[in-house]
Design a protein around this ligand. Structure first.
Ligand SMILES: [Mg+2]
Length: 234
C-alpha cells in the first residue's frame, strides 16, 4: 500500500476533515475482481452483439473489443455505429449470476462508519448497480448512482461523465475522493482536485503507479478500515 499515513494525512490536514463525497466505481472495485463477475458481463456483451448484428461469436468479439478501445465502452460504439437500443443491451448484459460474489457485512459496516455522502459512479447501469449492492448488502450506504445513461452514454474516463456527476449531486471536488480499479479513470478526477484511490487487481499487475494516483490498495475493505486511524482517529 502506498504511504497512506503520510500523503493522505497531508491532504486531510489541509482540509481538517475526511472527504465529504465518496465516488465509488462499481465493477471490480466494490467486489473482488477475482470473482470473475465481470467476465460474465463481458461474455454477455459478445453474445448480444452476435445476436443483434447477426455475426459469429468470433467477429462479435472483435467488434466488442474494437468499440471498447475506440469509444470507451462497447455500448457507445454500438449506439454510434448501429443505433442499438441501449436499455435492451444493458438489461441483457447484466443478466448474470451474482452468487459468485459474497455478501460483505464488513464492507457494509465500514461504509456505514465513514462520514460523508457515498455515490456509485459506473459505466454500467443503475439496475446492475442496485443488484450488486443488494448482493453485497450495502444498498443503504449510497445516496446516488451515476450510471452510463445518466452520463449520456459517454463513459468514464471522458471528462463529461465527471462534470455530470459533480453537477447532478452538487459535489465539491476538493472535498471528494474517488475509488476505481482502472487507473485511467482516476486521471480526470485528479485533474479536478479529487483525491484518488486505485483499487488494484491482477489485471493491472504490470501497470505502473502514475502521478495522478494518490493511493493504491489491493483490498478495499482493508484500506477503508485504516482511514480513520490514518487521520488521527476521526
Ligand atoms: Mg471497475
Amino acid at each position: 500500500m502506498k504511504q497512506a499515513s503520510t500523503q493522505y494525512e497531508k491532504k486531510i490536514d489541509a482540509r481538517r476533515q475526511l472527504p465529504q463525497f465518496w465516488l465509488f466505481d462499481l465493477d471490480n472495485t466494490l467486489y473482488p475482481a477475482d470473482s470473475d463477475l465481470f467476465l460474465q458481463i463481458d461474455d454477455r456483451m459478445g453474445s448480444y452483439i452476435s445476436k443483434i448484428l447477426k455475426v459469429d461469436r468470433r467477429e462479435a468479439r472483435v467488434l466488442q473489443k474494437s468499440y471498447y478501445m475506440k469509444y470507451g465502452t462497447t455500448l457507445s460504439g454500438l449506439i454510434q455505429n448501429h443505433g442499438i437500443d441501449a436499455d435492451a443491451y444493458l438489461d441483457y448484459v447484466h443478466e448474470i449470476d451474482l452468487s459468485v460474489i459474497d455478501p460483505s457485512p464488513r464492507l457494509d459496516e465500514l461504509l456505514k462508519n465513514l462520514p460523508g455522502k457515498k455515490y456509485i459512479f459506473t459505466n454500467g447501469s443503475v439496475a446492475h448497480a442496485e443488484n450488486v449492492m443488494a448482493r453485497l448488502g450495502i444498498s443503504e450506504r449510497f445516496v446516488g448512482i451515476q450510471d452510463i445513461k445518466a452520463s449520456n452514454y459517454i463513459p468514464k474516463p471522458h471528462p463529461s461523465a465527471y462534470s455530470k456527476i459533480i453537477s447532478r449531486f452538487e459535489i465539491l471536488p476538493e472535498m471528494s475522493i474517488m475509488l476505481d480499479d482502472i487507473p485511467k479513470n482516476l486521471l480526470p478526477a485528479a485533474n479536478l482536485g479529487i483525491t484518488t484511490v486505485w483499487v488494484k487487481n491482477a489485471r493491472w499487475d504490470s501497470h505502473n503507479l502514475e502521478p495522478h494516483i494518490d493511493f493504491v490498495t489491493e483490498n478495499l475493505a482493508e484500506w477503508l478500515g485504516q482511514i480513520p486511524r490514518a487521520v488521527g482517529g476521526v
